[in-house]
Design a protein around this ligand. Structure first.
Ligand SMILES: C[S@@+](CC[C@H](N)C(=O)[O-])C[C@H]1O[C@@H](n2cnc3c(N)ncnc32)[C@H](O)[C@@H]1O
Length: 259
C-alpha cells in the first residue's frame, strides 16, 4: 500500500520527538562543528557579517557561529517549539541571536540585509507545492546584499537512489526504537516513521515526504533564482561512521552568489 502523506506534515513534525529521532544528525556537536568548518571554507565568512540561518531548526549552526565570534546571526524556522528551544539556549548562554518563527516562503524582513544565507541540514523539499523551494530560495536571494552568498546543504538524491533501502531502524539509548518504512519515487522519498518506547509504547506514528535533488536539478534551481558563481559540492558525508542516518550522510552543498 502506498504511503499516504498529509501535505502539511512539516508544520508539526519538527518538535522534541524529532530532536530524538534525528539526534544522530542534529544533536551531535562534533558533527555541527564539522559542518560549520566546511561552510567557513566554502564561503568568505567574517565575524562581522550578518548571517541568516534559514530553516535553522533549534539553531545548532547559529550557536556554533556565535561560539566562533559571529555577532549577528538570525535564526528563522517555522517550528515554534524548535524556536522556543533555541530561545532558552540563547538566553542561557547570552548568545546574540535574533529568533524568527516564520514560513521561509514569505519572510517579513526588508531586502538586502544579510551577507550570507545558510540552509543547512536538508531543509528544502518539505513543502509539497511544486515551487515551494523556489519561493524559499527567492526569499534568500531577496534578503542577501548584492555580492552575498547562499549555501544550501541538501541530501544528494542520486546517492539516495543508489543506496535506497525500504526499511530501517535504530535505537536511541536503552528505551527508544525508531522504525522507518520508505518508498522511492522519481522525485521524492516518502516514509512512515514509528517511534516506540520499550517502557511506554508508541510515541509517534507519522508519515512524511521529501523532494529529492541531484546536483543538476539543484544547480538549475539556484540558477533560476538568479544566483551566479554556482558550485555544487557532492560527497559531503559529515557522519564519521557508515550507517543509515535517514540519508543524512549523503549530502551535497550548493553555493551561489547574488550578483
Ligand atoms: C531537518 S530540519 C534541519 C534544521 C536545521 N537546519 C539543522 O540542520 O539542524 C529542517 C527544518 O526546516 C524547517 N522548515 C522546513 N520548511 C520550512 C518552511 N517553509 N519555513 C520555515 N522552516 C521550514 C523545519 O521546521 C525544520 O526545523
Amino acid at each position: 500500500m502506498p504511503i499516504e502523506v498529509d501535505p502539511d506534515w512539516w508544520k508539526t513534525m519538527f518538535d522534541d520527538v524529532y530532536l530524538l529521532t534525528d539526534a544522530r544528525s542534529v544533536c551531535d556537536d562534533t558533527l555541527t562543528r564539522l559542518e560549520v568548518d566546511v561552510v567557513c571554507e566554502l564561503l568568505p565568512m567574517k565575524c562581522g557579517h550578518k548571517v541568516l540561518d534559514l530553516c535553522g531548526g533549534h539553531g545548532r549552526h547559529s550557536f556554533e557561529l556565535c561560539r566562533r565570534g559571529f555577532s549577528s546571526c538570525t535564526l528563522l524556522d517555522y517550528s515554534q517549539s524548535l524556536i522556543d528551544i533555541a530561545g532558552d539556549k540563547s538566553r542561557a548562554h547570552d548568545y546574540p541571536i535574533q529568533l524568527i518563527c516564520s514560513d521561509a516562503r514569505e519572510i517579513d524582513l526588508p531586502p538586502n540585509i544579510f551577507n550570507h544565507v545558510l540552509i543547512m541540514g536538508n531543509s528544502l523539499g518539505y513543502v509539497p507545492e511544486p515551487d515551494a523551494d523556489g519561493k524559499i530560495l527567492s526569499e534568500a536571494y531577496r534578503l542577501l546584499v548584492p555580492g552575498g552568498w547562499l549555501l544550501a546543504d541538501v541530501v544528494d538524491g542520486a546517492a539516495v537512489k543508489k543506496m535506497f533501502t525500504p526499511n530501517a531502524w535504530h535505537e536511541i539509548g536503552e528505551d527508544t526504537v525508531v522504525c522507518r518504512q520508505r518508498e522511492l519515487t522519481k522525485e521524492s522519498i516518502s516514509a512512515r516513521e514509528m517511534v516506540i518506547s520499550k517502557q511506554n509504547g508508541l510515541i509517534r506514528d507519522r508519515t512524511y515526504a521529501i523532494r529529492l535533488y541531484d546536483s543538476q536539478s539543484l544547480a538549475i534551481l539556484l540558477e533560476k533564482t538568479g544566483f551566479n558563481q554556482i558550485k555544487i559540492h557532492t560527497d559531503f558525508s559529515p557522519h564519521r561512521f557508515e550507517g543509515d542516518y535517514g540519508f543524512m550522510n549523503r549530502r551535497m552543498l550548493g553555493v551561489g552568489q547574488k550578483p
